[in-house]
Design a protein around this ligand. Structure first.
Ligand code: N5H
Length: 256
C-alpha cells in the first residue's frame, strides 16, 4: 500500500510547477494522499488549477490563504475542515523577503524588512500549526522548508538566514507542544533549487554551481527529491521522529 493512502495533506506555497511545494504535492499524490493546496495570489491559484488539470486522477482542492492575515488563516482552515473533516499533514513551503534585503550587507537590514521576512517565513508556521491542530484529530505531521543559510552566514541570504534560524527553532518548540497530540513537526533543509523565489536573487547560480562541485553526490537536488523525504515525514514510517531538521542537499552540508 502507498504511504499516504487515506490521508489528507495540505500543501501551502505552490506558486508554479517549479515550486518545492509542487514537488511535494506530486510525491504525496503518488503516495495516495488526498490534497488541499493553498495559495495567496490569484496567479498562483491559476497555476495550481492548471497543474492539477494535468493530474485528473488526483483528488485535490484549492483554498486561498494569506498567512499574513489571521482571519484568512482561520477562514481557510474552517473551509478545509468543512470539506475534509480531518487533516493528517501540513506542508509549509512559504517564505518571503524584500529583494533588497537579499544582497549586500546584512547589517543594513531595515526593521520593516526584518519583520516582513520573519512574519511570512517563520511566524506563519506557528499560526498555521495553531489553526490546523484542532483538525489533526488522529495526529499527523507538519513539515516546513529551510536552507543551510539558517545555520551558517551564507553570502546574500542575509535576513532569510535569520528567519530560517527562527523557523528551525519554531519547529522544535512546536514539536514539544504538539507531541502530546501525536502531531510531529519537522523541517527539511533543501539544497538550492531553481524556483520562482530563487529567480533574480543575487548569487543563486554560483550556489548551484558550488553545490555540484562540492556535494558528495556531485549534483544538485530537485523538488521531487525534497517531496519524497516530505512524504516520509508525513507517513507513519517516520512515526518516531519529531523536532528534526534533515538535509536534502546531496550531502553538501557535511563538506561545504
Ligand atoms: C544564498 C542564496 C541566494 C540568495 C538568497 C535568496 C533567498 C531567497 C528566498 C526568498 C524567499 C526569496 C524572495 O522572497 C524573493 C522576493 O523578494 C521576490 N520574488 C517574489 O516575490 C516571487 C514572485 C514569489 C513567488 O516569491 C516569494 N518568495 O514570494 C539562497 C539560495 C541558494 C537558495 C534559496 C533560493 C533558498 C530559499 O530560501 O528559497
Amino acid at each position: 500500500m502507498a504511504l499516504l493512502t487515506g490521508k489528507t495533506i495540505v500543501v501551502m506555497g505552490v506558486a508554479n510547477k517549479r515550486s518545492i511545494g509542487w514537488g511535494v504535492a506530486a510525491s504525496a499524490a503518488k503516495q495516495g494522499a488526498n490534497l488541499v493546496l493553498t495559495h495567496r495570489s490569484e496567479r498562483a491559484g491559476e497555476q495550481i488549477r492548471k497543474l492539477l488539470a494535468e493530474l485528473p486522477d488526483v483528488s485535490a482542492s484549492i483554498v486561498r490563504c494569506d498567512v499574513t492575515d489571521d482571519a484568512s488563516i482561520e477562514e481557510a482552515f474552517a473551509q478545509i475542515g468543512e470539506a475534509t473533516g480531518r487533516i493528517d499533514g501540513i506542508v509549509h513551503s512559504i517564505a518571503h523577503a524584500n529583494v533588497e534585503d537579499l544582497q549586500g550587507e546584512f547589517v543594513g537590514t531595515s526593521r520593516e524588512g526584518f519583520l516582513l521576512a520573519h512574519n511570512i517565513s517563520a511566524y506563519s508556521l506557528v499560526a498555521v500549526a495553531r489553526a490546523a491542530r484542532p483538525l489533526m484529530t488522529s495526529g499527523g505531521g507538519i513539515v516546513t522548508m529551510s536552507y543551510l543559510g539558517g545555520e551558517r552566514a551564507v553570502e546574500n541570504y542575509n535576513v532569510m538566514g535569520v528567519a530560517k534560524a527562527a523557523l528551525e527553532s519554531a519547529v522544535r518548540y512546536l514539536a514539544k507542544d504538539l507531541g502530546k497530540d501525536n502531531i510531529r513537526v519537522n523541517a527539511i533543509s533543501a539544497g538550492p533549487i531553481r524556483t520562482l523565489a530563487a529567480k533574480g536573487v543575487r548569487g543563486f547560480n554560483d550556489v548551484l554551481h558550488t553545490m555540484q562541485e562540492k556535494a558528495p553526490l556531485g549534483r544538485n537536488v530537485d523538488a521531487e527529491e525534497v517531496g519524497d523525504v516530505t512524504a516520509f515525514f508525513l507517513s507513519d514510517l517516520s512515526r518516531g521522529i519529531t523536532g528534526e531538521v534533515i538535509h536534502v542537499d546531496g550531502g553538501y552540508h557535511i563538506v561545504g
